[in-house]
Design a protein around this ligand. Sequence first.
Ligand code: SF4
Length: 472
Amino acid sequence: MFDKLHEECGVVAIYGHPEAANLAYLGLYALQHRGQESAGLAVSNGKEIECYKDLGHVADIFKPEVLGRLPGNMAIGHTRYSTAGDSAFLNAQPFSVRCNKGPLAVAHNGNLTNANALRRSLESDGAIFQATSDTEVILHLVAHSRERSLDDALRDALLQIEGAYSLVFLAGNRMIVARDPHGFRPLAMGQLELSGQKICYVFASETCAFDLIGATYMCDVEPGEMVSIGPDGMHRERFVAPKNRAHCVFEHVYFSRPDSFVFGRSVMQSREKMGRLLAKAHPAPTAELVVPVPDSGVAAAIGFAEESGTPFRQALIRNHYVGRTFIEPSQAIRDFGVKLKLNPVKHLIKGKSVVLVDDSIVRGTTSRKIVRMVRSAGAREVHLRISCPPTLSPCFYGVDTPTKRELIAANQSIDEIRRFVEADSLGYLPLNLLRQAVDDDDRFDYCYACYTGDYPTDLYNIDELMTGRGGQ
Ligand code: SF4
């Protein structure tokens, strides 16, 4: 219904807690915004792995009786957004198998750019795949490895895969987590002190998962790092030399929760700075109100309002309880979908010149509906401000983006987009200021490929990726 880019999942892992399944469930609950199509947990009692997954939201899937059937002190979890037409249940994670290296479960955030080539090679060696997900490829690589220990087989598998991955593995009596050498997707590490000086280790896509379970953020799993925890303690190693860093900047623009620390930096701080810099780059001198498009536009709108000295008002109210299906009246209501989700506070808007702050324009259709909604609530002028540069190119690193043909900024000038969305003025945050907002102006730690088309990895199979784009 909303024209947004979609993050494709979140992962969580708990090691060394008697209620590992409950904690992983709570972690997934905090990461629900990263994927709402399916969720799953795999739990180990030290020997065997039990896995439970289903379609739907975390709280609907994991009822107390389900969690009660998942005993053990180690757990991994996954929440997933899937693309339309996808065989969603088959691709739900974690994947759990019993292979020649013992029981093994995996959950993955990211997208492998060489998965199809690896799959073809494995299939020609007799491998049988159940799902279309590239994560299954990793399990086959582990099973096919000639290395005998699990750590060595995993390292062997990781050295063959390319692209974006933050992975959490669960074996009978150990847990291994790893992050790709560019560090595309986040993976934070924390700890929870238990009685008797015992420590429980926690990993998650975002630190908001730690806050809910009372864990303390320690550090990020480094790009190119593998962390293995078992009865012999914790081992951290670089399984490959880190490459040019390419943290996904869209985590700070839109995906992550503002209360999270991502790539070692507060998301709220980044977004407010985006808003302040946007106000400097594209002021709206006649505006009387700054209004965010909720929820993701709120922090940038606060920054815009502070910098410009224009009052901030929550004049668009979001209904948080809209499900996926609804009955549309037979007599069509104009822009029905967006009205279900957003409603203007008319007395705040009427007769005013309004700055609307949003985090992105993808196809432009939703932005146009929102501009129309604000105008029909009585706004005299509507100035649209976007807290990132125009989205020009698709992502191959685990974010669901439309094709270049569908991305409005790839096909139209800024003024054409302004006319399409029916705004009085339109301004995007320039790339150099986005880099400043995430404190990357003196470094090159982030990926900006969806704004520049300059991909940080070799994409020798780009035609295949264009047709089979997707992530985990
Ligand atoms: S292309 Fe865009 S969405 Fe994809 S990893 Fe890079 S910055 Fe993130």
